[in-house]
Design a protein around this ligand. Structure first.
Ligand code: PLP
Length: 460
């Protein structure tokens, strides 16, 4: 028997044990290191390059190089003091599940290629609908993130509104189709506009509705709705965390036969808490919802979820046929989303929901919201301006004029204790603190506040 030049199974187990040890060390050290990599660590990345290797190199050495050069150059967003964008960490159990799933290397596109992946999707789809207080029986797809979830939902919407107008868009395309009116708010997330661009609906032909002071769409400003229409609202404004009055908008929209989509990338998770689900009131009346599991559920990337009230619309927008595909009574994953071959994303979602239960999902969300409130209260008490009503996990703070705020943000990042983003809110530069990780403790908040206040006081 000749030896396999690519490797052996016995080498595999040593290699994976070594990788696991390195990964564990990375996570153990994460709380003690800078949140953003040092300039030196970033310069080190050059050593990963060079000419394309001609000869094989030992996997053990390659993994060591990846860890020794790569790990210090990572952003510690899975630690407790990263507050940039809206980026969750990864629960340890979901990292463990991800390792098992990587070892399985399942193709989750087809039930016959991975019964376990398909079965886990069936389970978590039902669980998620219950947890997020959405109608049972919705159709769903497991995609890369909220960007693709919105794309998927809006494809279902496009299908439905054109079907009602007697047009089959999947078969005939958009040339010659009845025009679709798309309504968004002036606070629409850019990923919705990108989805519209990808779907041939155009980012610039939307009708834009003004918002109130917290960035909520004003239902009294909706245009007259006529013909095929899609309205995209949001649950969780990326700056303020505010929620559009979706129930009210749905009533108006549905009386005109329009489709309502909810971008709920992180805000939809408020529905999972008894203390905050009132924020999502009326959201269950919508026609589709996009959300992320890699944000507030704290599973590893990539993990987004598209949900559609009327499963047939999603299925008809996404289904394909081929001679080698069996018609299947059970839910066939690839017939519900834009991708064919893909990883088994339900594995980590299942693990998170099993481990946390309804109770601890709620606690995870509530804990982040409490930390956000602490940031807001303390910074306000220190004399800085909080620009939003802190209803969720997002805090907008200004340290003075725009230039001062920018300088404070730059210094906080250079200091490395924590990392916060910048934004512009109603014409003013602001620092955005987003608390989205299970790993953030009261101690992390304390350390970060000390660093922020020390730096900001220098610019007084
Ligand atoms: C993060 C976010 C998105 C995009 O999500 P991805 O997971 O990056 O694709 C869309 N909408 C809102 C409101 C978000 O916060």
């Amino acid at each position: 028997m000749t030896e396999n030049p690519i490797g052996t199974l016995s080498a595999t187990s040593t290699l994976l044990a070594e990788a696991a040890q390195r990964a564990v060390r990375y996570l153990e050290e994460i709380q003690d290191r800078r949140v953003y990599p040092s300039a030196e660590a970033l310069r080190g990345l050059a050593d990963l390059g060079g000419p394309l290797p001609e000869k094989p190199q030992s996997p053990m050495e390659v993994i060591a190089q990846l860890d020794e050069i790569g790990s210090p150059a990572t952003v510690a967003s899975t630690g407790g003091r990263y507050f940039g964008f809206v980026i969750g960490g990864a629960l340890p159990a979901t990292v463990a599940a991800n390792w098992i799933a990587s070892a399985w290397d399942q193709n989750a596109g087809l039930r016959v290629a991975s019964p376990v992946a398909a079965h886990l999707e069936d389970i978590v789809l039902a669980w998620l609908l219950e947890l997020l207080r959405l109608p049972p029986g919705c159709g769903g797809a497991f995609v890369t993130g909220a960007q693709m979830a919105t794309f998927t939902c809006l494809a279902a919407a496009r299908h439905a509104v054109l079907k009602r107008a007697g047009w089959n868009v999947e078969s005939a395309g958009l040339f010659g189709a009845p025009p679709i009116t798309v309504v968004v708010s002036e606070e629409v997330h850019v990923t919705v506009l990108k989805a519209l661009a990808m779907l041939g609906l155009g980012r610039d032909r939307v009708q834009t509705v003004p918002c109130d002071a917290q960035g909520r769409m004003r239902p009294d400003c909706l245009p007259r709705l006529e013909g095929p229409t899609i309205i995209s609202v949001q649950a969780g404004n990326v700056n303020t965390g505010s929620f559009d009055p979706t129930g009210e908008i749905c009533e108006i929209a549905h009386s005109a036969g329009a489709w309502v989509h909810v971008d709920g990338a992180f805000g939809l998770w408020a529905a999972a808490t008894p203390e905050r689900h009132h924020l999502t009131k009326g959201i269950a009346a919508a026609d589709s919802w996009s959300t992320d599991a890699h944000k507030w559920l704290n599973v590893p990337y990539d993990s987004g979820i598209a949900l559609v009230r009327e499963p047939a619309h999603l299925h008809q927008a996404m289904a394909i046929t081929a001679h080698y595909l069996d018609p299947c009574a059970a839910r066939e994953p690839m017939q519900w989303g834009p991708e064919s071959s893909r990883r088994a994303r339900a594995v980590e979602i299942w693990t998170a929901l099993r481990c946390l239960g309804r109770e601890c999902v709620a606690e995870l969300v509530n804990q982040c919201c409490r930390h956000a409130r602490t940031f807001a209260d303390r910074l306000r008490a220190a004399g800085y301006e909080i620009l939003n009503d802190v209803v969720l996990n997002q805090v907008l703070v200004a340290f003075g004029d725009d230039e001062t705020t920018q300088k404070v943000i730059d210094e906080i990042r250079a200091d490395g204790t924590c990392w916060c983003g910048g934004t512009v809110w109603h014409g003013r530069k602001a620092m955005r603190i987003s608390v989205s990780s299970w790993a953030t403790t009261a101690d992390d908040v304390e350390k970060s506040l000390t660093a922020i206040e020390t730096i900001a006081s220098r610019f007084r």
